[in-house]
Design a binder for this molecule. Structure first.
Ligand SMILES: [Zn+2]
Length: 472
């Protein structure tokens, strides 16, 4: 992987809450302090805070692991929110068919869609009256004469761009002058993935053809790479689903639909299709991006069931178990009550799923609500400065906070340095002025060392060791 040093940035505007929130705190204790001191100058202001890097090169396998550390990509920019300081809690959510329980509205949408693409229902296998069979959706699609889905590389076309523009203007109220081809390319066509993954093989694309979905899955070459799924009704492009096919699942990036076809609820149809597609084609998970409990635009994702990532412990918990902890848009971290200090977060992406047990509680206050945590991190920072020249010469405005959920904690960095896991002879590949160079940690100046440590905190030690950091 090749990436630029992570940038920590905040901005006033948040696309999720649209800046309407008055209680935007991660912790109950922050909200209480706010109420008590809200007339003083110390009042924190609402802001949207993210950490991100531009990615010059990344494989789908690497991105797969990073999604499972709470990251998402927008074009070739990779980012994750600062869950402690940003105004909305953005949690990674994934699901699959075993979590799917269709509600009445979703069933109705499916029936309506089937009727649209198979007006003559007599060509479908008969089912008993007043029953519902999800497999009919596939049957209808495979027999439809007016509807088809085309899987293709995530490449630009005028037709796609026109639909995108219409969608942005009608659905997101974008100013028509501000919707541009360049913006569309950057957001939904550009990817940091290698050429072979972008283009795929003929066999990969053939296997995505509906006629092949039901064939024997063994020895099938699975598509791995960024993909546009184009929906055509009567040869007109009516929707595009922008997806990443990854080793552990299919990740949904964006869905664009023609507002003239709003009655078809294409957003619902596409999500259900994709969850079923995972099952039929042998992908374990369907990643729906971020779930935001208190945002109406994002919490519809709960309708597909699934599980939510705790970035601190790299564990997924069923949404239905974790929901009480998400109330009021709060932060959750699962552990037991005796926890002291910051958890050992490795940012490895080797996640597992777990049901909540009686011993598990939300320990976010215990970790992030106590002054000791911040104090201890200050001590660690002081030692890093004195002993190892790290953070001794500022990274200024963009310095990553000492304490942030889902990053390698400073105490662990200190431990690695003390135990020579990161030694003076630790070699780091850097991209400097277009040239690949290897530097030994001990030979770098204070700023260089701080940048490498920041990268390790954000992306994990193993990953950084095997990556190249591009310095501008
Ligand atoms: Zn917000």
């Amino acid at each position: 992987m090749i990436f630029t040093a992570p940038l920590y940035a905040s901005e006033r505007h948040c696309g999720y809450c649209k800046d309407t929130k008055t209680d935007f705190f991660a912790l109950e204790s922050q909200a209480t302090t706010f109420k008590e001191t809200s007339n003083t100058k110390t009042t924190p202001s609402k802001q949207s805070v993210t950490l991100g890097s531009s990615i010059l090169e990344m494989t789908c396998q690497e991105y797969d692991e990073l999604i499972n550390c709470g990251f998402r990509r927008s074009g070739d920019f990779l980012y994750k929110p600062d869950l402690l300081r940003t105004c909305c809690r953005l949690y990674t959510i994934r699901t699959n068919n075993s979590y799917l329980q269709l509600n009445k509205k979703q069933r109705k949408s499916i029936n309506k869609f089937i009727k649209e693409i198979c007006p003559d229902e007599s060509i479908l296998d008969p089912i008993p009256k007043n029953t519902f069979n999800l497999n009919r959706l596939f049957e209808a699609q495979s027999k439809s004469t007016n509807f088809k889905m085309k899987f293709e590389p995530s490449k630009f076309s005028r037709e796609k761009y026109q639909l995108y523009k219409k969608y942005q203007i009608n659905v997101h109220n974008d100013d028509p002058d501000e919707v541009s081809e360049v913006g569309f390319r950057r957001f939904l066509c550009d990817t940091p993935f290698p050429f072979e993954e972008i283009n795929g093989t003929k066999e990969e694309w053939d296997n995505l053809n509906i006629q092949n979905w039901f064939k024997d899955k063994t020895n099938k070459v699975k598509r791995i790479g960024p993909t546009h799924v184009c929906y055509y009704l009567n040869d007109k492009l009516i929707a595009i689903s922008i997806l990443d096919f990854l080793p552990s699942g299919i990740s949904s990036i964006y869905f664009i639909w023609d507002t003239d076809y709003a009655h078809l609820s294409l957003g619902v149809i596409s999500s259900i299709y994709e969850i079923l597609l995972c099952e039929k084609l042998g992908y374990r998970w369907y990643y729906l991006g971020y779930y935001v409990e208190d945002c109406d635009k994002m919490n519809y994702k709960a309708n597909f069931g699934g599980e939510i990532l705790d970035v601190c412990t790299e564990t997924y918990y069923p949404l239905k178990d974790i929901r009480p902890f998400l109330k009021n848009g709060r932060l959750f971290v699962i552990g037991d009550e005796n926890t002291k200090g910051e958890l050992d977060c490795e940012v490895s992406g080797n996640v597992h799923s777990k049901a909540l047990t009686d011993d598990d509680t939300n320990i976010s206050e215990t970790i992030y609500g106590r002054a000791e945590t911040e104090l201890e991190s200050k001590k660690d920072e002081y030692i890093l400065k004195k002993r190892y020249e790290i953070y001794s010469k500022g990274l200024g405005l963009y310095k990553i906070p000492n304490v942030m959920p889902g990053l390698v904690p400073l105490w662990k960095i200190k431990k690695w340095l003390d135990e020579k896991e990161i030694s003076a002879s630790y070699e780091q590949q850097l991209l400097l002025g277009g040239d690949d160079v290897i530097y030994e940690f001990g030979d770098l100046n204070a700023q260089g060392k701080s940048i490498i440590i920041d990268c390790i905190r954000v992306f994990g030690l193993e990953r950084v060791k095997n990556s190249t950091i591009a310095l501008q």
